[in-house]
Design a protein. Structure first.
Length: 241
């Protein structure tokens, strides 16, 4: 009984103190004065006027083919082999895209930001070869999506879109890249893992890049001409991965 009476008295005392505490806190709190929102003119007449202004421009762009994305039409979608082949074409300085070494040069610069110790190789691009779906150094077990060889380097690019890396796959690629580097007398070797998702516990010799990194490279290329148009379309396509 004594305990119950004590609890009641404590509750009464708290009820008396609570208003005082709240009043004290009120002066410490800053009241933010919100400006009155300005509502846009969304009257039916305004909407009709905007539609009449926009639709002719939209129709003109549509008729000019500005909505075309050749890669969507080709149905390459999330197919790793097809997207890898297009990327290999872009990386090849002799590719019919006509951009020379621009794409591989930018990719090597991105790799340099991802991998400490990877040197500046923009002066090693006079003789570059790019092979898609390559079996390096006569290997019958390791097929690399893209292999780029320069004057002083060999670069393996493993392409993933929806799949993940296989068990010890990247470790095997590192060994294959090192074997190829030694066999060809190159000074540098690196494995690039291109995927929307980072690999699990990759070896130190592996650099991780995303499709958004590739999209950023392509976005920075010239946009004029037929080649510029389809390359920007490919950037738009891969940025959905």
């Amino acid at each position: 009984m004594v305990s119950a009476l004590s609890d009641v008295k404590g509750d009464i005392a708290l009820c008396h103190r609570l208003p005082v505490m709240l009043e004290t806190l009120r002066s410490l709190l800053r009241e933010e004065v919100l400006s009155s929102p300005v509502l846009p003119d969304i009257s039916p007449e305004r909407i009709v006027a905007l539609t009449e202004l926009i639709m002719p421009l939209h129709n003109q762009e549509w008729e000019n083919g500005c909505a075309i994305n050749v890669w969507d039409i080709a149905g390459i979608k999330y197919n790793e082999g097809r997207n890898s082949a297009i990327l290999a074409w872009l990386l090849n300085p002799q590719g019919t895209h006509g951009l020379g070494v621009r794409v591989i040069d930018h990719l090597l610069r991105v790799a340099r930001t991802k991998q400490s110790g990877w040197p500046d190789l923009n002066d090693s691009l006079t003789n570059v070869s790019v092979v898609n779906e390559c079996w390096p150094v006569g290997s019958t077990t390791e097929r690399v999506d893209i292999v780029v060889d320069g004057d002083s380097f060999t670069l393996f690019v493993e392409v993933k879109i929806q799949a993940r890396e296989g068990k010890e796959q990247l470790a095997r690629y590192v060994k294959a890249a090192e074997a190829k580097r030694r066999a060809t007398g190159k000074q540098y070797g690196l494995v690039l893992y291109l995927s929307p998702i980072a690999p699990v516990n990759p070896p130190d010799e592996v650099a991780f890049i995303t499709w958004r990194d590739i999209g950023g490279i392509l976005r920075g290329l010239p946009k004029s001409g037929f080649n510029g148009a389809i390359i920007q379309q490919f950037a738009q396509h891969i940025e959905k991965f």
